[in-house]
Design a protein around this ligand. Structure first.
Ligand code: BTN
Length: 214
């Protein structure tokens, strides 16, 4: 996968910018903004996007549908956070990565599908990295700075994410290979199935239930 990253100082939302331009841009286009004035979260929520966090969206144009794409995205976010920080985070399926109940990253996938053919997928990712102030109680969020008291390189995080995601994307073309690798990496780890930490099961159990329902 060939990444082409475009950097902006300020955008309303990298996700909405890319949606407007998706038709004319190639797969691998990655739109980065130092801050966003109207960052979008899932389920019409707002994603607070002050300078210090890492905000980007990228474009995929695969030949066929990718039902496991959200998992590949989630896994790449986790790999990036854990490899760079050396910390182990709490998994909350299907979308969250937590540190003591607080969100470190958010991700969303928008798609345009015609019949059984994807026109495009747009993946949006926000990492809470160097924000010194995030109101932990209000947003249920925290930054890596708040945990480690270290300033992290946004550029290294972006490149690291792109490497991890590219490897996962390659695996996604063969869903059995993707599933095998995901379970090898995370199968024995615990995953929360609600914000209540007592609701924890092994990831492989969660995955088998999810697959049975699909
Ligand atoms: C969530 O609700 O957890 C998903 C948050 C996704 C935020 C990212 S930041 C970069 C991209 N641009 C947006 O407007 N949203 C996504």
């Amino acid at each position: 996968m060939k990444w082409q990253t475009r950097r902006f100082v300020d955008l309303p939302s990298t996700q909405s910018w890319l949606k407007q331009h998706a038709a004319e841009l190639p797969e691998g286009t990655c739109i980065y903004a130092r801050q966003q004035s109207a960052g979008q979260g899932r389920q019409t929520r707002t994603w607070h996007s002050a300078a210090g966090g890492l905000y980007f969206s990228f474009l995929l144009k695969p030949a066929s549908l990718l039902p496991e794409l959200p998992w590949a995205l989630w896994w790449a976010c986790l790999q990036t956070l854990e490899k760079n920080s050396g910390l182990t985070f709490q998994l909350k399926a299907p979308n969250d990565i937590l540190w003591q109940k607080h969100k470190l990253a958010g991700m969303l996938v928008d798609s345009q599908i015609q019949g059984l053919e994807p026109q495009y997928y747009i993946c949006g990712v926000g990492f809470n990295l160097n924000q010194i102030q995030i109101d932990i109680s209000e947003q249920s969020a925290c930054s890596l700075w708040q945990i480690t008291k270290k300033i992290w390189s946004l550029e290294s995080f972006l490149v690291s994410f792109q490497d991890h995601f590219a490897a996962n994307y390659q695996l996604l073309t063969n869903s059995t290979a993707f599933e095998r690798s995901l379970l090898l990496a995370l199968g024995e780890r615990k995953v929360q199935i609600s914000y209540n930490k007592t609701n924890e099961i092994l990831f492989k159990e969660y995955w088998h239930e999810y697959r049975a329902k699909r």
